[in-house]
Design a protein. Structure first.
Length: 461
């Protein structure tokens, strides 16, 4: 996935990316700005020190009896007396009408035998110039110079030069920048960790919201619960309101379906009774047949509408063992005259269907009734998790179902003539109910020798 896709699809990536970009941009600007400030500060201090030494040199410079420049007192900095110490001064004679140019007529002891080669600028009296020039032992110097005219010999001009090794200016800046970037790097790491923690903690309620939604979807609870921040609580309340409204709609649909069933069954019963009153005749037989078909159609469509509404209702959860045990007891009573052996295999704890109990009873009741009808002596029921779904198996020891007819039986629908009589809608209707829950019904050979019905349904966690 590309970065643009991540930025578009992930709120966490958006927040982290925006925060980290701002952090690193701020750190970079701060590092560059502080580095420039410290460099400027060190340069000013460096030049101020050179200017101080130049002022001392100017104050102590005099002309001797023969006109040669000399110091009335040595300068105060001891480095000027130590050879190649990195701090130097020099006096040059500037060419005039009375004397030729003479570089280095007077030098600090620190220069030893080295003469500074300073560019010959035209210097107005008292004005300072700054130069970068080579120094002893391959070093580079920063220098300032000033031209003066002695009061007793105004026709002569002297150039006074003070220079220092520029490493004294560059190295402190480099050391400071190294320490600065190390500190800023540690600060960036700390801010990044804080940003990650802030995003993780800030988005934690969304993860909890996701878990609550999963619990509703898996049937663990019907409504979202728990403590949420004020920014998320309105969303939770609105979602719970939608869930409650959906539950009310499903309940109303069931009530309406029941009312409609009663409203239709009453006139159908009247018609059926009227047809029975006519003991013979084609019209009476036709009325009886059509009334029975109408009843089947009413039952089929009302139950299908109710199941479709329930299948879309989140939060439904039905434990398997109680439903299976109840249906097995009912089948033992219904088929008591056949003396069938109905067995229930041991089931895993917590086995549950993500759906309505009535729909599960409808599907299992039809499959069990069908198995009991065709079984010879024994029917077995089992349930387990299979591939993330709930698999319920019903086996009988009857004649079985031919392989070529299995799909045909499931595909006939509620209006087929071969519907199995019993407690529900037949195999085709069971298949339709299962599909409403994104499940299915399969028919296979049973280890008991008859048919095996496999009902695959969504499992509740």
């Amino acid at each position: 996935m590309s970065l643009s896709s991540r930025l578009r699809d992930s709120l966490r990536v958006r927040l982290l990316a925006g925060t980290l970009i701002w952090i690193f941009a701020s750190i970079t600007v701060a590092g560059w700005g502080l580095g420039a400030l410290i460099r400027e500060h060190v340069e000013r201090q460096f030049l101020a020190e050179l200017r101080t030494h130049l002022d001392q040199l100017t104050a102590n410079l005099v002309l001797g009896k023969v006109g040669a420049p000399e110091l009335s007192a040595p300068l105060s900095d001891p480095r000027l007396s130590r050879p190649y110490s990195g701090l130097y001064w020099q006096v040059d004679r500037i060419a005039s009408s009375t004397a030729p140019a003479a570089p280095g007529v007077l030098r600090s002891r620190s220069l030893w035998d080295y003469v500074l080669d300073v560019p010959h600028d035209a210097l107005p009296g008292g004005q300072l110039h700054q130069h970068r020039l080579p120094g002893p032992r391959g070093t580079w110097l920063q220098s300032i110079e000033r031209a003066i005219h002695p009061a007793d010999r105004p026709d002569e001009a002297l150039r006074l030069i003070v220079a220092a090794d520029e490493r004294a200016m560059v190295e402190p800046v480099q050391r400071f920048r190294g320490a600065l970037w190390l500190a800023l790097g540690l600060l960036a790491i700390g801010l990044t960790a804080a940003a990650v923690m802030q995003v993780v903690v800030g988005l934690a309620p969304l993860a909890r919201l996701q878990r609550e939604l999963s619990a509703v979807r898996e049937g663990k609870t019907r409504l979202m619960s728990g403590s949420f921040p004020a920014e998320v609580k309105p969303l939770v309340d609105e979602f719970n309101s939608v869930l409650e409204q959906n539950a009310e709609i499903v309940e109303r649909s069931r009530t309406a379906a029941g009312n409609l069933a009663h409203a239709l069954k009453t006139p159908l019963t009247v018609l059926a009774n009227a047809a029975r009153a006519e003991h013979d005749g084609e019209l009476a037989e036709l009325v009886r047949a059509q009334v029975e078909i109408a009843r089947q159609q009413v039952d089929y469509h009302l139950k299908r509408a109710r199941s479709a509404a329930a299948a879309r209702l989140p939060g439904a959860r039905t434990a398997i063992p109680p439903v299976v045990d109840g249906l097995v007891r009912a089948m033992r009573r219904i088929h008591a005259d056949r003396h069938l052996e109905l067995a229930v295999a041991p089931m895993q704890d917590g086995l549950a269907f993500r759906g309505e109990a009535q729909d599960l009873q409808e599907m299992l009741g039809n499959l069990l009734d069908n198995a009991c009808k065709w079984a010879l002596r024994r029917v077995e029921v089992g349930a387990k998790y299979e591939g993330g779904r709930l698999a319920i198996t019903i086996d009988d020891d009857g004649k079985g179902i031919a392989r070529e007819r299995r799909q045909e039986i499931l595909g006939r629908g509620a209006r087929a003539d071969e519907q199995v009589e019993g407690s529900g809608l037949g195999l085709a209707i069971v298949d339709e109910l299962a599909r409403l829950y994104a499940g299915e019904v399969r028919l296979d050979d049973s280890p008991l020798g008859g048919a095996r019905a496999i009902l695959l349904l969504p499992a509740a966690a």
